[in-house]
Design a protein around this ligand. Structure first.
Ligand code: SF4
Length: 398
């Protein structure tokens, strides 16, 4: 752990604070999906809901001095499967946040949910306690593919969940959908997208299944569609989503007008976020210290709960160095189809533009980026070789 006093090379150009978001990690799921590398764990037979909620509020209090007086613009309950926590617990948390923080009355407040983990009327209960956005982990509408993914739900549970969201009057809802699933054809993928669109979501997260280390699929890999088939799925499904009135604003995110996810946009624009709960990350700008601080909580829920008693709840606590800030800024912003506003660089990183101008020119000369009136965007070549762009901004020596 490093809590040194180095100011990380902040440029005096730092002015003001970026927007602040609050992330709340609720780490349990009914069972662990074989492809999942998130910090999620099979729920014990009795969820320690009260103990965990109390610890979350205590965790927030420990970090309040980092964010005194700032307004929170979004709250995101992620996991895991936050919908394993009843509306009563979510209410207790939201009330606890409002008592301790200045939460904007217009704050976007998202709850991740999985079909099959809520009662029919629970979304109404969540809406009543302040949830105004749902992100539903559907992944596929094909029961065979869902089984291969180890999901606990089928089409019937998806239908019930979507009806429940609509009955609750929550018009801002996302469907998570994956493609390039084991044994999936392009026709199957298109069918999944059509069924998702029929549910009338305001947002779609459409992303490719990848095999990550430390997952059951990594230990015993299923046969996946080849790269050409995956590319066809991405292209053809993308066309279909676009024709249905959605606009792609990030590599995997599509939204109807006015429904982009504000919480995720804040990450991608290199805003500040306070994360509480097992394994949660924070990134907080501290202008008085001319620094940006990163904190990471103990990852395992049991370890974090115990550590909250002993004061050792942080696994990492350090200042983010200048080169790392530059890399993170571009890594995140270049995911966005609106591109990178050059005038946001110094306020968000505290680094002078001169420090990156040569690298940006190099990316432009290589045909990977274009500069359009002060906004940098990947070219079509750049979108195909995002790793090459990222490499240009890697901290030196990496
Ligand atoms: S439900 Fe989501 S978070 Fe939970 S194990 Fe499956 S993929 Fe991971």
């Amino acid at each position: 752990m490093n809590s040194g006093t180095d100011n990380g090379g902040f440029d005096p150009g730092l002015n003001g604070l970026p927007p602040l978001a609050l992330y709340v990690h609720l780490p349990w799921c009914v069972s662990k999906c074989p492809y999942c590398d998130f910090n999620s764990h099979q729920a014990p037979s009795k969820l320690p809901a009260r103990e965990y909620v109390d610890a979350l509020l205590a965790d927030l209090e420990l970090d309040l001095p980092l964010v005194w007086g700032r307004t929170v613009h979004s709250i995101f309950f992620g996991g895991g499967t936050p919908s394993l926590f009843s509306a009563k617990w979510i209410e207790r948390l939201i009330e606890g946040f409002r008592a301790r923080l200045r939460v904007s009355p217009q704050a976007e407040c998202t709850l991740e949910a999985n079909p099959g983990t809520t009662e029919y009327d629970s979304f109404s209960a969540y809406a009543e306690v302040g949830i105004n956005r749902i992100s539903l982990g559907v992944q596929s509408f094909n029961n065979t593919l869902l089984q291969r993914l180890g999901r606990i739900h089928g089409c019937a549970e998806i239908e019930t969940a979507v009806e429940s969201i609509q009955c609750a009057g929550i018009s801002n809802f996302n469907i998570d959908l994956m493609y390039a699933l084991p044994g999936q054809s392009v026709v199957d993928a298109l069918d999944d997208v059509r069924q998702a669109l029929n549910c009338a979501p305001s947002h779609l997260s459409f992303y490719q299944l990848t095999i990550e280390p430390n997952t059951a699929f990594h230990a015993s890999p299923p046969e996946l569609p080849n790269d050409d088939a995956a590319w066809d799925m991405q292209e053809q499904c993308g066309e279909l989503i676009k024709e249905s009135g959605f606009r792609q604003y990030e590599i995997s995110a599509w939204a109807r007008e006015g429904f982009r996810c504000r919480h995720n946009l804040n990450y991608w624009r290199y805003g500040d976020f306070l994360g509480i709960g097992a394994g949660a990350h924070s990134k907080i700008t501290l202008p008085a210290e001319q620094s940006v601080r990163r904190r990471v909580r103990q990852r395992h829920p049991g370890t974090w709960l115990k550590a909250m008693q002993t004061g050792q709840w942080l696994a990492e606590d350090r200042l983010i160095g200048e080169e790392e800030r530059v890399f993170e800024f571009f890594l995140n912003q270049l995911r966005l189809y609106d591109g990178v506003r050059k005038d946001q660089f110094t306020p968000r990183t505290g680094v002078s533009w001169d420090r990156v101008s040569v690298r940006v020119e190099k990316a432009i000369e290589s045909g990977l980026l274009i500069d359009s009136n002060g906004v940098l965007k990947p070219t079509s070549l750049g979108w195909r070789f995002t790793n090459d762009i990222q490499a240009i901004f890697l901290p030196s020596g990496v």
